[in-house]
Design a protein around this ligand. Structure first.
Ligand SMILES: [Ca+2]
Ligand SMILES: [Ca+2]
Ligand SMILES: [Ca+2]
Length: 453
């Protein structure tokens, strides 16, 4: 059975690779220069944009010809095209048969908060959200910006409008880049899919799918507003970046731009509930993740992917690579999905090297566009559960570096025997334990202590 399964998947993958290998943006080429080298002049370079370090994004009429010339230039370390991810379904419908029990003793006034089963204690397979709110650190709370790089966000949703990031230096709708960050009218974020005539990202990140809105509610839906649900994090701002088309198929160029925009504009976490099978180069996106981690203290949290089913369970992303999840990159936290019964969600990818932790991702109840609420399933939902926990820890420990917040989340997991050998930690994240671990291990990274009255 196993042998048959491998043969079949090899067949499917070869077909997919053949169809997708040639799909890249004709007008974009990334170039990494050797240290200290200058960008060579070339007639096919129409525009050059410095990204960071020795990395440039070139605009050209012919990426293939330009790459052929530049890759052998003595100034050039490597070149890479901007590849498409390939179309795919973004999330799985929830299985109504597995509807989780309502959470008991919810003390938020939000009418549907009891449907967020991740709030349960570890003994009930949750991430101890309610428990953590009963024992908050004796520290001041700082607002944390989380970038949701996704299909966009319904920033007018009744349970999200109040938690949207607002770019305070930007005046909406006046056609001017008031804060001079390179983006006109970017009040809640940017849209890298729908670009202006000059090629710059547009300003409206409205969700025309539902994926990004669902992800956002899990992280930070407004607590105690008498509406909808409660997000995991209390003091969070959602930065909306529309980069994943409704059909999947995001490009490396847009992903890199999203990461850089998020970090430069203050996001400490980037939720990345997407991934792809092919990565012909794979260097630019990984370098961007490292750059935002090292330079801005921004951690990228990525979904492990949903390829497990039937004979392909458990689908191992150490050997069947998925990107960004399979990058060997310490500035990346990769999340598997759990079910409310406590086990791994049947669709979740695994990988003892490339998957770090697990978090609730099946039957996750959250916000959808037009003031809607719905259950969805996927590692796409496990990543924002983790981002919400991370944001709530950073609220009290805002000076943690990207590697330190990753360390806190990984060291404080609840071990689950069935997860051993399937991910680095073999456990499910836990907010209560993470806050205690941060207080014990990184007290100097905390906000000021409150004075007891
Ligand atoms: Ca601006
Ligand atoms: Ca403006
Ligand atoms: Ca609410």
């Amino acid at each position: 059975m196993r042998k048959f399964g491998l043969a079949l998947i090899a067949f499917l993958t070869v077909g997919a690779a053949f169809a997708q290998a040639v799909r890249f943006e004709q007008n974009t080429l990334f170039v990494k220069l050797n240290k200290g080298a200058k960008l060579p002049a070339h007639g096919l370079i129409e525009n050059s944009k410095h990204l960071f370090g020795d990395l440039y994004e070139l605009t050209t009429s012919d990426a293939v010809l330009l790459e052929n010339d530049l890759r052998t230039d003595s100034a050039v370390a490597w070149t890479e095209k901007s590849f498409y991810a390939g179309p795919r379904d973004l999330a799985l419908p929830s299985d109504s048969k597995s509807k989780p029990a309502l959470v008991e003793d919810v003390n938020f006034n939000d009418p549907q908060a009891a449907s967020v089963w991740a709030f349960n204690d570890a003994s009930r397979n949750g991430v101890s959200v309610l428990k953590a709110y009963g024992e908050l650190p004796n520290r001041a709370s700082k607002s944390i910006i989380v970038a949701v790089v996704d299909t966009g966000v319904d920033y007018k949703h009744e349970d999200l409008a109040a938690v949207m990031w607002v770019n305070k230096g930007e005046v909406a709708g006046n056609g001017i880049d008031d804060d001079n960050n390179g983006y006109i009218d970017d009040v809640h974020g940017i849209n890298t899919i729908d670009r202006n005539a000059d090629g710059s990202a547009s300003a409206n990140p409205m969700d025309t799918h539902s994926h990004g809105t669902h992800v956002s509610g899990t992280i930070g839906a407004k607590q105690n507003n008498g509406k909808g649900i409660a997000g995991i994090a209390a003091n969070v701002q959602i930065m909306a970046i529309r980069t994943v088309p409704n059909s999947g198929d995001e490009t490396d160029k847009n992903v890199v731009e999203s990461y850089l925009y998020a970090a430069k504009n203050g996001a400490k976490l980037i939720n990345c509930s997407f991934g792809k099978k092919l990565n012909e180069g794979g260097m630019v996106v990984s370098e961007a993740i490292k750059h935002v981690g090292e330079t801005y203290g921004t951690l990228v949290i990525a979904a492990a992917g949903n390829d497990s089913w039937g004979p392909f369970r458990w689908f191992d992303i150490d050997t069947n690579l998925r990107y960004p999840a399979s990058f060997e990159n310490e500035h990346l936290l990769v999340i598997a999905a759990t079910a409310s019964s406590g086990g791994l969600a049947s669709f979740s990818n695994v990988g003892v090297k490339n998957v770090d932790v697990a978090a609730p991702g099946q039957d996750v109840f959250s916000t959808t566009p037009n003031n809607g609420y719905q259950s969805m399933s996927g590692t796409s939902m496990a990543a924002p559960t983790t981002a919400g926990v991370a944001a709530q820890v950073l609220t009290y420990f805002p000076k943690l570096t990207a590697l330190e917040i990753k360390d806190v989340l990984m060291k404080s997991v609840t071990p689950v025997s069935a997860f051993a050998g399937k991910m680095v930690t073999g456990g499910r994240i836990d907010l209560s334990a993470a806050l205690k671990y941060a207080e014990a291990t990184y007290p100097n990274r905390g906000s000021r202590r409150r004075i007891a009255r």
